[in-house]
Design a protein around this ligand. Sequence first.
Ligand code: GLN
Length: 491
Amino acid sequence: MTQQDLPALSIADLQLLLRHREVSPREVIDALRARIELVDQEIGAYLSLDMESAANEAEKANVDLPLGGVPIAIKDIVSVIGQPCTCASKILQSYRATYDATVIRKLRAAGAIPFGKTNLDEFAMGSSTENSAAKLTRNPWDLARVPGGSSGGSAAAVAADEAFGALGSDTGGSIRQPAALCGVVGLKPTYGRVSRFGLVAFASSLDQIGPLTKNVRDAAMIMNAIAGHDPQDSTALNEPVPDYTAKLGNDLRGIRLGLPKQYMIEGIDSEVKTAIKTAVKHLNSLGAEIIEVSLPTTEYAIAVYYILATAEASANLARFDGVRYGYRAENPRDMLDLYGRTREEGFGPEVKRRIILSTYVLSSGYYDAYYLRAQKVRELIRRDFAMVFEKVDALISPTSPVPAFKLGERAADPLQMYLADIFTIAANLAGICGISVPCGFAEVDGHRLPIGLQLLGKALDEARVLQIAHAYEQSTDWHKARPPIASTTLE
Ligand code: GLN
């Protein structure tokens, strides 16, 4: 194994080499640094790197721990002590985190090394990473296309072998959709399964942190490290954490999979549709029973989400006032001028759009018509899932209706961008878990663009979702395909 080959390894394979002392954590950090120097000029996955501290940590790493010596990339919305936490916003451009998020503390306890912060849509609002105030991230499969979002930097880094695995956050699809568009695995845990202490809040009733990885086993390994109760996050569930790798390798006999009839809507790309149909047949041939189900209120999910998520976001973003954190407007006339201009100058257009939308839906007179009604419909969406999960173990759908779109293609049309989340958002509203695994390619303009299969599971049923995803993955070759940039090596 040469240094050049190391970055292409999965977490599981890397950890084995580390544990057997075939490579040292320091060699791994050096190999990763070289890889990032080689390809990140083109990809743009990282906003900041702290390779010096990572190298120091590597010297002390205990490789006998489950993630001992494994470097993990972190979406730049999760606090890592001493490192920038910009949320890809001008308003936090000079902010450095003063403490570790619980997930970081837990990753460190498992031996992992957080070494760099990945690009995202500003405050995780978007589906293409184009809303980043810092820079663009390009899709490793076609540099003219978006990596998806909002965890686009994390997904692109993993796909381009610039990270062994990464953390993202998912409020309406931001782990699963970029995973699908970049051809990697992305898991959104159940609401409350992973602590959000130290995650900069977007929509608190929807946000979850989860892994983006090269394969399903790696996602399970990260979940083993980060899941669990946390007294510092009152929404973190106090439920036992299973070993998420335990069911990997079990077959699919006896598993019932639901195919929601509402999810094969018009507007789905024909190659996506074909790939999903083929995946369904394949799952069936592996022993799973396929049952058609109905989720009638799902059609309202996007509308409900954009009312509730924006309302919560505007409350969460109220703290950025130029007094306590980050950017501050110069020479304010008075307090109101300070607040107003700091926010005018510090927030980008999408963040402002959401604050304006939420001010509208929360204003007296419209509160009942929009916010309250959206809350009620959210409850109906939740019940739809609860009913369906009495009949099936998991649900199947595309993750995204389309493969990666071109940079700039949808940026000017927020509604088009919002539709990118049509299959992912309902899971956040219902609080359930979901995963995206690679299931094929679309051929577009001479490029192969990855397609993702989404599996949704009941609350706290991550182990089963991982089991199904793993059985699918291991009996197909999709996860082995590498983007063209993967073959970029030092001459
Ligand atoms: N794309 C959705 C939005 O813009 C979801 C984002 C997310 O999950 N963070 O809100």
